[in-house]
Design a protein around this ligand. Sequence first.
Ligand SMILES: CSCC[C@H](N)C(=O)N1CCC[C@H]1C(=O)N[C@@H](C)C(=O)O
Length: 349
Amino acid sequence: MSQLEQLRAVMGRAGVDALWISDAANVRYLSGFTSGKDGKVLVTPQGETLYTDARYTVQAGQESRVPTFIARPPATLEHAAPGLAGLRVGFEAESLTVAELEQLRAYWPQATLVGTAGLLSELRMVKTPGEVQAVRDAQALADRVFAQVRPMIRAGVRELDVALEIESLLRRAGAESAFEIIVASGPRGAMPHGVASDRVIGDGELVTVDMGARLNGYNSDMTRTVAVGTPSPEMARVYRAVLEAEEAAVRAVRPGVSGADLDALARGILTGHGLGEAFAHSLGHGVGLMVHEGPSLRGSSEDVLRPGMIVTVEPGAYLPDVGGVRIEDLVLVTDDGFEVLSRSEKETV
Ligand SMILES: CSCC[C@H](N)C(=O)N1CCC[C@H]1C(=O)N[C@@H](C)C(=O)O
């Protein structure tokens, strides 16, 4: 089934006849138009239309898999109105402003507008073979960049310079950073989202580097914690505990296992090492057009893994004023288990 056919089935279950898609990643996913933030897709019983403006006439002509109508709102809404009379029209409640909703109400008075959530996220969780290849390519590039940068992570170097080098190598390769690069050394390692600062890395410290490439619209995500010199016995113990939890959780990835169970597995191991409280976030998340997307590997998640999903497995332990460790792999769920897409070496500490 094509992505649009699957979406129509999902729309049927949600009780909507048409869907106004405003989330940039969803616009791209359905149409192929890479400037999704400047486009909308309308799916009706008659067909699909990409709406974008004249800045993108050529680009949309080259990229879009669905017919395109070039206009700006409200002309776009006027164009759509006759086909929507009497229909239940869904909109993406999480990516429409109140002003935009009021505009839809004003221009589509004969439609019944219905807020929806997660219709496309459900589909996007399972990647097509082309999407798997795109994430694989992004991760392969991130692995190459990490190998190039690894030798510069040493005492006397600023976190910022490590991040800049990663960013520059990614850009030169035609990609960009998937998110603001995290380089957290020494005590800054206690911040799970400790983006690179001007701190100078010291001898005997652990340094957490969390990076991803965005290539052809698809993201990768990987973390390595590296040792500069010899870390303290306490941090070496924390490192080994996180590595044990990470490897066990990766080995447990397979179709049918739930995100909550994987999270519990890793959390249980860290708790056994007295580090349960120090694991301050979820075990992982899906990766694709967005760095954070479904499925969720957290205690409250109801997501169950299926072949074609791509998830991170990233336990961590964070000790305020002392330091932290996170180790993260990017993992593809296969028909009978898993494949680790991130290949960068892990330290033996
Ligand atoms: C801002 S993108 C960060 C990418 C990173 N690999 C990542 O996803 N992290 C870093 C530590 C926690 C984890 C995260 O943000 N997890 C989210 C999904 C959560 O709410 O736990």
